[in-house]
Write a protein that binds this ligand. Structure first.
Ligand code: CO8
Length: 260
Protein backbone atom coordinates (compact mmCIF):
# COMPACT_ATOMS: atom_id res chain seq x y z
CA UNK A 1 0.00 0.00 0.00
CA UNK A 2 1.31 3.46 -0.95
CA UNK A 3 0.83 5.95 1.84
CA UNK A 4 -0.40 9.50 1.34
CA UNK A 5 0.35 10.72 4.87
CA UNK A 6 3.00 8.36 6.29
CA UNK A 7 6.69 8.52 5.50
CA UNK A 8 8.89 5.67 6.65
CA UNK A 9 12.60 5.04 6.70
CA UNK A 10 14.22 1.74 7.60
CA UNK A 11 17.90 1.76 8.44
CA UNK A 12 20.42 -1.06 8.08
CA UNK A 13 20.80 -1.39 11.84
CA UNK A 14 17.09 -2.23 12.34
CA UNK A 15 15.89 1.25 13.25
CA UNK A 16 12.60 2.32 11.69
CA UNK A 17 11.37 5.93 11.66
CA UNK A 18 7.70 6.59 10.90
CA UNK A 19 6.63 10.20 10.30
CA UNK A 20 3.01 11.35 10.20
CA UNK A 21 2.87 14.08 7.60
CA UNK A 22 -0.23 16.22 7.09
CA UNK A 23 1.31 19.68 7.55
CA UNK A 24 -1.79 21.64 6.52
CA UNK A 25 -3.69 20.35 9.55
CA UNK A 26 -0.72 20.08 11.94
CA UNK A 27 -0.65 16.31 11.31
CA UNK A 28 -4.23 15.83 12.57
CA UNK A 29 -5.45 12.26 12.19
CA UNK A 30 -8.05 11.78 9.45
CA UNK A 31 -9.50 8.38 8.51
CA UNK A 32 -6.93 7.88 5.75
CA UNK A 33 -4.07 8.34 8.23
CA UNK A 34 -5.73 5.93 10.66
CA UNK A 35 -6.12 3.32 7.86
CA UNK A 36 -2.50 3.85 6.79
CA UNK A 37 -1.24 3.46 10.36
CA UNK A 38 -3.29 0.28 10.77
CA UNK A 39 -1.84 -1.10 7.52
CA UNK A 40 1.70 -0.07 8.49
CA UNK A 41 1.46 -1.85 11.87
CA UNK A 42 -0.12 -4.94 10.27
CA UNK A 43 2.65 -5.33 7.71
CA UNK A 44 5.75 -4.10 9.52
CA UNK A 45 8.50 -6.71 9.17
CA UNK A 46 9.62 -6.85 12.79
CA UNK A 47 12.63 -9.01 11.93
CA UNK A 48 14.02 -6.13 9.84
CA UNK A 49 12.74 -3.28 12.03
CA UNK A 50 13.66 -3.90 15.65
CA UNK A 51 12.93 -0.46 17.15
CA UNK A 52 10.44 2.06 15.77
CA UNK A 53 10.46 5.83 16.33
CA UNK A 54 7.18 7.64 15.65
CA UNK A 55 7.22 11.39 15.03
CA UNK A 56 5.32 14.20 13.30
CA UNK A 57 6.41 16.27 10.33
CA UNK A 58 7.85 19.73 11.02
CA UNK A 59 8.84 21.46 14.23
CA UNK A 60 5.45 22.69 15.41
CA UNK A 61 3.23 19.66 15.80
CA UNK A 62 3.54 15.97 16.57
CA UNK A 63 -0.19 15.28 16.04
CA UNK A 64 -2.78 18.02 16.78
CA UNK A 65 -5.53 15.48 17.45
CA UNK A 66 -8.14 13.76 15.37
CA UNK A 67 -9.24 15.78 12.33
CA UNK A 68 -11.99 18.07 13.61
CA UNK A 69 -13.19 19.01 10.11
CA UNK A 70 -13.86 15.33 9.43
CA UNK A 71 -15.56 14.70 12.79
CA UNK A 72 -17.77 17.81 12.76
CA UNK A 73 -20.67 16.24 10.84
CA UNK A 74 -20.52 12.68 12.18
CA UNK A 75 -23.55 10.95 13.70
CA UNK A 76 -23.47 8.36 16.48
CA UNK A 77 -22.86 5.39 14.18
CA UNK A 78 -20.07 7.21 12.34
CA UNK A 79 -18.55 8.28 15.67
CA UNK A 80 -18.58 4.66 16.77
CA UNK A 81 -16.77 3.55 13.60
CA UNK A 82 -14.20 6.36 13.66
CA UNK A 83 -13.38 5.75 17.32
CA UNK A 84 -13.19 1.97 16.83
CA UNK A 85 -10.85 2.21 13.86
CA UNK A 86 -8.55 4.64 15.69
CA UNK A 87 -8.50 2.53 18.85
CA UNK A 88 -7.76 -0.62 16.82
CA UNK A 89 -4.89 1.00 14.94
CA UNK A 90 -3.41 2.33 18.21
CA UNK A 91 -3.74 -1.11 19.78
CA UNK A 92 -1.81 -2.63 16.86
CA UNK A 93 0.87 -0.01 17.44
CA UNK A 94 0.97 -0.80 21.17
CA UNK A 95 1.12 -4.55 20.47
CA UNK A 96 4.01 -4.41 17.99
CA UNK A 97 6.57 -6.95 19.25
CA UNK A 98 9.34 -4.32 19.13
CA UNK A 99 9.99 -1.22 21.27
CA UNK A 100 8.38 2.00 20.06
CA UNK A 101 9.53 5.52 20.93
CA UNK A 102 7.35 8.59 20.35
CA UNK A 103 9.53 11.59 19.50
CA UNK A 104 7.03 14.34 20.31
CA UNK A 105 8.17 17.34 18.31
CA UNK A 106 5.28 19.72 19.12
CA UNK A 107 1.54 19.62 19.81
CA UNK A 108 0.30 16.26 21.15
CA UNK A 109 -3.36 17.04 21.71
CA UNK A 110 -6.36 14.73 21.87
CA UNK A 111 -5.65 11.85 19.50
CA UNK A 112 -2.02 13.11 19.39
CA UNK A 113 -1.57 12.53 23.10
CA UNK A 114 -3.40 9.21 22.72
CA UNK A 115 -1.16 7.92 19.92
CA UNK A 116 1.92 8.91 21.95
CA UNK A 117 0.53 6.89 24.86
CA UNK A 118 0.22 3.83 22.62
CA UNK A 119 4.03 3.97 22.23
CA UNK A 120 6.32 2.38 24.82
CA UNK A 121 8.48 5.43 25.55
CA UNK A 122 7.84 9.18 25.08
CA UNK A 123 10.57 11.77 24.51
CA UNK A 124 9.39 15.36 24.00
CA UNK A 125 10.80 18.59 22.60
CA UNK A 126 10.75 21.64 24.89
CA UNK A 127 8.06 23.22 22.67
CA UNK A 128 5.73 20.17 22.90
CA UNK A 129 2.30 20.72 24.41
CA UNK A 130 0.00 18.05 25.74
CA UNK A 131 -3.67 17.77 26.56
CA UNK A 132 -6.99 16.06 26.04
CA UNK A 133 -9.10 19.01 24.84
CA UNK A 134 -12.06 16.84 23.74
CA UNK A 135 -14.66 17.99 26.30
CA UNK A 136 -14.11 21.52 24.99
CA UNK A 137 -15.40 20.22 21.63
CA UNK A 138 -18.36 18.32 23.09
CA UNK A 139 -16.80 14.85 22.93
CA UNK A 140 -14.66 12.65 25.19
CA UNK A 141 -11.27 11.15 24.34
CA UNK A 142 -12.18 8.43 21.85
CA UNK A 143 -8.88 6.86 20.85
CA UNK A 144 -8.32 5.10 24.21
CA UNK A 145 -7.29 8.16 26.26
CA UNK A 146 -9.67 7.43 29.13
CA UNK A 147 -8.04 4.00 29.38
CA UNK A 148 -4.33 4.74 28.93
CA UNK A 149 -3.97 8.19 30.55
CA UNK A 150 -5.07 7.13 34.09
CA UNK A 151 -2.83 4.06 33.87
CA UNK A 152 0.12 6.27 32.95
CA UNK A 153 -0.26 9.28 35.25
CA UNK A 154 -2.87 8.12 37.81
CA UNK A 155 -6.61 8.72 37.97
CA UNK A 156 -6.55 12.09 39.74
CA UNK A 157 -4.15 13.74 37.31
CA UNK A 158 -5.88 12.14 34.29
CA UNK A 159 -9.29 13.37 35.45
CA UNK A 160 -7.92 16.88 35.97
CA UNK A 161 -6.51 16.98 32.42
CA UNK A 162 -9.58 15.43 30.78
CA UNK A 163 -12.26 17.43 32.66
CA UNK A 164 -10.45 20.76 32.33
CA UNK A 165 -9.24 20.27 28.72
CA UNK A 166 -6.17 22.21 29.79
CA UNK A 167 -2.99 22.20 27.75
CA UNK A 168 0.26 21.56 29.60
CA UNK A 169 3.86 22.22 28.66
CA UNK A 170 6.57 19.61 28.22
CA UNK A 171 8.14 20.31 31.64
CA UNK A 172 4.78 19.67 33.35
CA UNK A 173 4.29 16.52 31.24
CA UNK A 174 7.69 15.36 32.49
CA UNK A 175 6.81 16.14 36.11
CA UNK A 176 3.62 14.06 36.01
CA UNK A 177 5.25 11.14 34.18
CA UNK A 178 3.49 11.59 30.86
CA UNK A 179 6.88 11.76 29.11
CA UNK A 180 10.22 10.17 29.99
CA UNK A 181 12.49 13.06 29.01
CA UNK A 182 12.51 16.51 27.40
CA UNK A 183 15.08 17.81 24.89
CA UNK A 184 15.64 20.93 22.82
CA UNK A 185 13.95 20.43 19.41
CA UNK A 186 17.32 19.92 17.65
CA UNK A 187 18.32 17.31 20.23
CA UNK A 188 15.05 15.37 20.22
CA UNK A 189 15.60 13.03 17.29
CA UNK A 190 19.29 12.41 18.13
CA UNK A 191 18.22 11.48 21.68
CA UNK A 192 15.49 9.13 20.43
CA UNK A 193 17.94 7.56 17.97
CA UNK A 194 20.59 7.17 20.70
CA UNK A 195 18.07 5.36 22.91
CA UNK A 196 16.99 3.18 19.97
CA UNK A 197 20.62 2.28 19.27
CA UNK A 198 21.16 1.36 22.91
CA UNK A 199 18.13 -0.94 22.74
CA UNK A 200 19.33 -2.41 19.41
CA UNK A 201 22.52 -3.67 21.09
CA UNK A 202 20.49 -6.00 23.32
CA UNK A 203 19.03 -9.43 22.60
CA UNK A 204 16.01 -8.80 20.34
CA UNK A 205 13.93 -11.77 21.52
CA UNK A 206 14.56 -10.88 25.17
CA UNK A 207 13.56 -7.23 24.56
CA UNK A 208 10.41 -8.40 22.78
CA UNK A 209 9.51 -10.86 25.55
CA UNK A 210 10.08 -8.15 28.19
CA UNK A 211 7.63 -5.92 26.30
CA UNK A 212 5.11 -8.75 26.02
CA UNK A 213 5.36 -9.36 29.77
CA UNK A 214 4.86 -5.70 30.68
CA UNK A 215 1.97 -5.18 28.23
CA UNK A 216 0.10 -8.36 29.12
CA UNK A 217 0.60 -7.68 32.84
CA UNK A 218 -1.64 -4.63 32.35
CA UNK A 219 -4.72 -6.84 32.41
CA UNK A 220 -3.56 -9.48 34.91
CA UNK A 221 -3.57 -9.96 38.65
CA UNK A 222 -0.31 -10.62 40.53
CA UNK A 223 -0.50 -14.42 40.35
CA UNK A 224 -1.13 -14.45 36.59
CA UNK A 225 1.43 -11.71 35.97
CA UNK A 226 4.21 -13.47 37.85
CA UNK A 227 3.36 -16.79 36.17
CA UNK A 228 3.59 -15.11 32.76
CA UNK A 229 7.00 -13.65 33.64
CA UNK A 230 8.19 -17.07 34.77
CA UNK A 231 7.02 -18.65 31.49
CA UNK A 232 8.64 -16.02 29.27
CA UNK A 233 11.82 -15.97 31.39
CA UNK A 234 12.11 -19.73 30.80
CA UNK A 235 11.53 -19.24 27.08
CA UNK A 236 14.68 -17.07 26.89
CA UNK A 237 16.70 -20.22 27.66
CA UNK A 238 15.59 -21.72 24.33
CA UNK A 239 17.39 -18.94 22.41
CA UNK A 240 20.90 -18.81 20.96
CA UNK A 241 21.09 -15.22 22.18
CA UNK A 242 20.93 -16.37 25.82
CA UNK A 243 23.65 -18.99 25.24
CA UNK A 244 25.90 -16.59 23.34
CA UNK A 245 25.26 -13.64 25.68
CA UNK A 246 26.11 -15.55 28.83
CA UNK A 247 29.08 -17.39 27.27
CA UNK A 248 30.50 -14.05 26.10
CA UNK A 249 30.07 -12.55 29.56
CA UNK A 250 31.93 -15.44 31.17
CA UNK A 251 34.78 -15.09 28.62
CA UNK A 252 34.79 -11.29 29.22
CA UNK A 253 33.94 -10.72 25.55
CA UNK A 254 31.23 -8.77 23.79
CA UNK A 255 28.62 -10.49 21.64
CA UNK A 256 26.51 -9.33 18.72
CA UNK A 257 23.04 -10.78 19.17
CA UNK A 258 21.49 -12.56 16.17
CA UNK A 259 17.88 -12.53 17.38
CA UNK A 260 17.75 -16.33 17.36
N1 CO8 B 1 -8.22 18.94 13.12
C1 CO8 B 1 -8.31 19.56 11.96
N2 CO8 B 1 -7.54 20.64 11.62
C2 CO8 B 1 -6.67 21.07 12.54
C3 CO8 B 1 -6.54 20.47 13.79
C4 CO8 B 1 -7.36 19.33 14.08
N3 CO8 B 1 -7.26 18.63 15.22
N4 CO8 B 1 -5.59 21.13 14.50
C5 CO8 B 1 -5.16 22.13 13.70
N5 CO8 B 1 -5.81 22.12 12.52
C6 CO8 B 1 -5.63 23.02 11.38
C7 CO8 B 1 -6.27 24.37 11.66
O1 CO8 B 1 -7.66 24.32 11.41
C8 CO8 B 1 -5.53 25.25 10.70
O2 CO8 B 1 -6.06 25.05 9.41
P1 CO8 B 1 -6.23 26.32 8.42
O3 CO8 B 1 -4.83 26.82 8.17
O4 CO8 B 1 -6.88 25.73 7.19
O5 CO8 B 1 -7.08 27.33 9.14
C9 CO8 B 1 -4.12 24.65 10.69
O6 CO8 B 1 -4.25 23.32 11.21
C10 CO8 B 1 -3.15 25.41 11.59
O7 CO8 B 1 -3.74 25.49 12.86
P2 CO8 B 1 -3.93 26.89 13.64
O8 CO8 B 1 -4.02 28.03 12.69
O9 CO8 B 1 -5.06 26.72 14.61
O10 CO8 B 1 -2.54 26.98 14.41
P3 CO8 B 1 -2.25 27.69 15.80
O11 CO8 B 1 -0.78 27.69 15.96
O12 CO8 B 1 -2.97 28.97 15.90
O13 CO8 B 1 -2.90 26.69 16.89
C11 CO8 B 1 -3.39 24.54 17.91
C12 CO8 B 1 -2.40 25.37 17.05
C13 CO8 B 1 -3.41 25.07 19.34
C14 CO8 B 1 -2.89 23.09 17.87
C15 CO8 B 1 -4.81 24.65 17.30
O14 CO8 B 1 -4.74 24.33 15.92
C16 CO8 B 1 -5.80 23.69 17.92
O15 CO8 B 1 -6.33 23.98 18.99
N6 CO8 B 1 -6.09 22.56 17.24
C17 CO8 B 1 -7.06 21.60 17.71
C18 CO8 B 1 -6.50 20.78 18.85
C19 CO8 B 1 -7.55 19.85 19.38
O16 CO8 B 1 -8.57 20.24 19.91
N7 CO8 B 1 -7.27 18.53 19.24
C20 CO8 B 1 -8.16 17.50 19.71
C21 CO8 B 1 -9.10 17.11 18.64
S1 CO8 B 1 -10.34 15.99 19.21
C22 CO8 B 1 -9.54 14.52 19.26
O17 CO8 B 1 -8.40 14.39 19.01
C23 CO8 B 1 -10.41 13.35 19.62
C24 CO8 B 1 -9.69 12.03 19.49
C25 CO8 B 1 -10.65 10.89 19.61
C26 CO8 B 1 -11.55 10.84 18.44
C27 CO8 B 1 -12.52 9.76 18.60
C28 CO8 B 1 -13.59 9.86 17.54
C29 CO8 B 1 -14.85 9.25 17.90
Amino acid sequence: MDYQFLKSEIRENGLGILTISAPKSLNALNSTIIAELDDFCSHLGTKKVRVLILTGDGEKSFVAGADISEMATKNEQEGLEFGRKGAEAFRKLEDLPIPTIAAINGFALGGGCEIAMACDIRYAATNAKFGQPEVGLGIIPGFSGTYRLPKLIGQGMAKELIYSAKIIRADEALRIGLVNAVYEQAELMPAAIALAEQILKNAPIAVSLAKECINRNYDMDRTEGLALENELFARCFTTEDQKNGMAAFLKKEKTTFQGK
